[in-house]
Design a protein around this ligand. Structure first.
Ligand SMILES: [Zn+2]
Ligand SMILES: [Zn+2]
Length: 311
């Protein structure tokens, strides 16, 4: 599904007309469906609305990642990103037999190939998102995901220089699979265009995951860790949470307790029919800093009431 403009989905303007209704599957935290619906508004903005009043602090829904990958500086479960304080970064570890089991398909594919060149390239260039593309490619090859998994998400507008940089990563990724003698029909989807399309979506939809919960030793370790150390356990892309628009004074937020399963929670009482919005950036930043970050990182100018009041 192509979304024509970067501005259209991410920012939603009233008045609106609902002409598209859809529900998306979420993790079955409760047996009842989540109290939300996703609507495409006349202004082409996709947005999430409450279908009933939601109380402050309530869990709206949870969501499992469409794709996730641990960061290279924190030891985390290779599957669910749970922090593993007794393991070393860079080593592939699973938090449980269940995680090992459910990763078996894509992990077996990944283990067939030599990733030294690709991983080195990402490390030296400080790139983390290509690791998500690599994971998704392995999931497609193993049959754990469809190659169009992320197509529903809005892509970033890419400048030609960025596309050129991506070509090198693509060649390294594709080579790793071809050298591993993975059959051509299994990697037919892996074209340069596919790589660029996926990365364009990851760039503006990936969440950097910092766990709120975790083990005591881990909290202690992070307290004494140097400030340069990456606090995030990894990055993940979700479908439904990506449909939430931004607000600098949001009524909902997304948190992670023990792993990459996202929890969407209400920050205040929400009325039936009210749009649910989260803040994509640090809401404590001042007006100019927010404006700069949102424009550079997400390609839109924020017109939330806080920004309109110059707050
Ligand atoms: Zn795990
Ligand atoms: Zn704003």
């Amino acid at each position: 599904m192509a979304v024509p403009s970067l501005f259209s989905r991410r920012f939603f303007r009233k008045p609106f007309t609902l002409f598209f209704y859809s529900s998306f599957s979420t993790t079955a935290a409760t047996s009842s469906p989540p109290p939300i619906h996703v609507a495409l508004t006349e202004s082409v903005g996709r947005a999430v609305f409450a279908t009933r009043p939601i109380g402050s602090g309530d869990l709206i829904h949870t969501a499992t990642p469409a794709v996730c990958h641990p960061s290279s500086t924190r030891a985390a479960c290779y599957s669910c990103l749970a922090a593993l304080p007794h393991s070393q970064p860079h080593t592939v570890t699973f938090c449980s037999q269940l995680c090992r089991q459910r990763s078996k398909g894509y992990f077996d594919v990944e283990m067939k190939a030599n990733w030294v060149a690709f991983d080195d390239y990402c490390r030296t260039h400080g790139l983390k998102y290509p690791l998500l593309v690599k994971r998704l490619a392995c999931m497609v090859i193993s049959g754990d995901a469809s190659s169009d998994t992320l197509d529903i998400l809005q892509p970033a507008n890419l400048i030609p220089e960025t596309v050129l940089e991506m070509e090198e990563e693509f060649v390294l990724l594709r080579n790793a699979f071809t050298k591993a003698l993975i059959a051509d029909e299994h990697i037919a989807f892996l074209t340069k265009q596919w790589y660029i399309n996926v990365l364009a979506r990851i760039r503006i939809n990936a969440f950097r995951i910092e766990l709120a919960g975790g083990l005591y030793e881990d909290l202690l370790a992070s307290a004494v860790a140097s400030v340069e150390a990456e606090a995030a356990v990894g990055n993940a892309v979700y479908i439904l949470p990506s449909f939430y628009n931004h607000d600098c004074d949001p009524n909902a937020h997304i948190i992670w307790i023990n792993n990459a399963d996202a929890k969407l929670k209400a920050l205040r009482d929400i009325d039936e029919g009210e749009e649910l919005r989260i803040c994509y950036i640090d809401a404590s930043l001042d007006h100019d800093a927010r404006r700069e970050l949102l424009l550079r990182g997400f390609g839109f100018q924020c017109n939330c009431s806080r920004c309109l009041h110059g707050d």
